[in-house]
Design a protein around this ligand. Sequence first.
Ligand SMILES: NC(=O)c1ccc[n+]([C@@H]2O[C@H](COP(=O)([O-])OP(=O)(O)OC[C@H]3O[C@@H](n4cnc5c(N)ncnc54)[C@H](O)[C@@H]3O)[C@@H](O)[C@H]2O)c1
Length: 472
Amino acid sequence: MIDPAGGFSRREMLKNSGRAAAAVSAVASISSHVLSGADIPKVHAGEDNTIRVALVGCGGRGTGAAVQALSVDNGPIKLVAMADVFPTKLESSYKNITSQLKKSKSIKGTVDVPEDHRFIGFDGYKQALDLLRPNDVAIFATPPAFRWVHFGEAIKRGINVFMEKPVTVDGPSSRKLLALAEQATQKNLKVGVGLMCRHCDARQKLHDRIKAGEIGDIVLMRAYRQAGPTGSAFCEKMPKDWKDGELLYQIKNFHAFLWASGGGYSDFLIHNIDECCWMKDAWPIKAEASGGRHYREGYIDQNFDTYSVMYTFADGTKMQLEGRTMPGCKLEFASYAHGSKGSAVISTSGHTPAKCRIYKGQNMTEENLAWSAEPNEPNPYQLEWNHLIGAIRSDKPYNEAKRGTEASLVTAMGRMAAHTGKVITWDDMLNCEHEFAPNVDKLTMKGPAPIVADKDGRYPLPQPGLKSKTEY
Ligand SMILES: NC(=O)c1ccc[n+]([C@@H]2O[C@H](COP(=O)([O-])OP(=O)(O)OC[C@H]3O[C@@H](n4cnc5c(N)ncnc54)[C@H](O)[C@@H]3O)[C@@H](O)[C@H]2O)c1
């Protein structure tokens, strides 16, 4: 049975992280309140209950995640190590984090990352993890290709993890992650995956109402991520004066290369796919799709710029995904559910605020509005950290790795269906033998890239119908 809800109740997590926060601050202030024993972290005199954080992948998201980690206010927390493959990225992330700390009084965590705790290179993650102990947290916010390598090492060392989505890019990496997810559970490690919409209060309330039958049985979901060129998905030929080699060029432009990111479809659409599947409480069993490249002569990336994917669930329910990265067209970034009695907006315009709503019938008009989420939604990027650190401090089961892998796999199913022109089932994707970068754990700064440009500086593209067993 495929269960996208994962192995823990979010409601319980909310309760526990709230309790843990209260417990820690109460202990810290030597409050005279009597606290209920079971959920209180045991802090003995002289014991260091500081959670240490290492950041691996110091780009935009890693920097944001580190600040959110340091903003969890339920006990001492400190950034102690950083690792990246580009020194400039690491240094600008360090500056960004420290300046945010200076500006914001609400960030109670601290930063202690001297020069010799900043590591550059593909092995930097190991040196960063050397500075952590069990019960500390590693943040993995590199492109997803490296997830299984970094996660595997953290598990070996008994370190908790926050890792960004997607967590896998193909069948083999998904199988590895599923095995690692199980090992993490065996070791009672706490693992957060950056599908933060699952931590959104408004979506949680919508989910409760859908479960209570307010829109009847879901028969169709549809989601859109239609924008102009996004991230590094549109990538030009490596410039002649680029000094860092082909591998680092690909890493810098990771949305362009399927081995690194799963491409734009995997990176950009996974949130919409995941939030829809959550509302349905199931994963789809197959995907069929079309897509193509238009006006892309100058670009060497491996993406299509339109993806139109129809997923089917075991009960026949459909989920339609529309992805487009094309300037001058209609823009939309939203997810919807249609039920036998009514309809719902799962997200309105981007990730947050979700502005979830329920409508009577299928016309989403003002007169038909039956419920809408309260305004001023708390930021789910912060909530996901409150929940993870709450679980660590109260030692509650918390592992989102299996669910995060399943969301990544479902996303890859749709992408592969578009790239091959074939119907791709859950089992096809899971058992697919095409591993985009089997040597990703052995890459070196001067070594070759997993995929090499032809004499014109171009890379193989998907060819639906012509190439149907692999995506390129
Ligand atoms: N949850 C969200 O809403 C959200 C938003 C943005 C990005 N993300 C995810 O976060 C991840 C990073 O995205 P980003 O936008 O921050 O990209 P980015 O390019 O800004 O950052 C990635 C960083 O990782 C570094 N890096 C690459 N390979 C490395 C390795 N092997 N070891 C150490 N460092 C390495 C890069 O040099 C770069 O600094 C992606 O998986 C992306 O999908 C999630």
